[in-house]
Design a protein. Structure first.
Ligand SMILES: Nc1ncnc2c1ncn2[C@@H]1O[C@H](COP(=O)(O)OP(=O)(O)O)[C@@H](O)[C@H]1O
Ligand SMILES: [Mg+2]
Length: 212
């Protein structure tokens, strides 16, 4: 079977507090890059430094702790658990992170994250009772619940109409204004215009890396 090089010769530095859009045609390696940045995947060669430490050398357990504490993920199709209501979905990373099982402080964190995305009125709703934009807000609240410094969003507006997509980008912009690093994959120039920097991929390599 032929080897596929999803990414090759990629080199770039992300400063704390940047807001980056990653663009490129389908199959150009955007999701693969996000998986590496998010410590969901390791590069087969090369290194990835997060906060000055080489995470490519860490064990799966160590990577899962980094993901849980430092990185918030948002996906195109929200990836909510349909049997759980809004609060329970937002609570999932806290349960996964067993240290935070303290009920009161866990609940405070959930409510704070839900407030940050403006969904306080929907606490007991299930995903099937929410609009796409609301589901994406729940996903952002879930990404925020452990107060991560980095938010990674892979086509977060891909399933939304343009007005709702703008609202979601407004929330991500607000999180960036609080000092969080935000990296968003998008096909949409208008979505990318919220970012301060655009990295364009083609066939697994960086074609353009520009600050705007
Ligand atoms: N798990 C995998 N195994 C083999 N090839 C893969 C895998 N994931 C992605 N690829 C390939 O790597 C390339 C980049 O994929 P991906 O990162 O998903 O692109 P994008 O998100 O830009 O559409 C594509 O050619 C894809 O088919
Ligand atoms: Mg993709």
């Amino acid at each position: 079977m032929a080897e596929v090089h999803a990414l090759s010769n990629i080199s770039f530095v992300v400063e704390r507090g940047e807001f980056i859009a990653i663009m490129g045609p389908s199959g150009s390696g955007k999701s693969t890059l996000m998986h590496i940045l998010g410590c969901l995947d390791r590069p087969t060669s090369g290194s990835y430094y997060l906060d000055n430490s080489d995470v490519t050398a860490l064990s799966n357990k160590e990577l899962s702790i980094i993901r849980n504490h430092r990185i918030g993920f948002v996906f195109q199709s929200y990836n909510l658990i349909f049997q759980l209501n809004v609060i329970e979905n937002v609570e999932v990373p806290l349960i996964y992170n067993r240290m935070s099982l303290n009920y009161d402080s866990g609940m405070d964190k959930c409510l704070k994250a839900i407030r940050a995305v403006g969904l306080n009125e929907r606490l007991r709703h299930r995903p099937s009772e929410l609009s796409g934009g609301e589901m994406q807000r729940v996903a952002i609240a879930r990404a925020l619940v452990n107060d991560p410094l980095i938010i990674l969003a892979d086509e977060p507006t891909g399933n939304l109409d343009s007005k709702t997509g703008e609202e979601i980008m407004g929330i991500l912009k607000g999180l960036n204004d609080e000092g969080r690093t935000v990296i968003v994959v998008t096909h949409d120039e208008k979505v990318a215009s919220h970012a301060n920097r655009t990295i364009k991929l083609k066939d697994g390599s960086i074609l353009v890396d520009s600050r705007q």
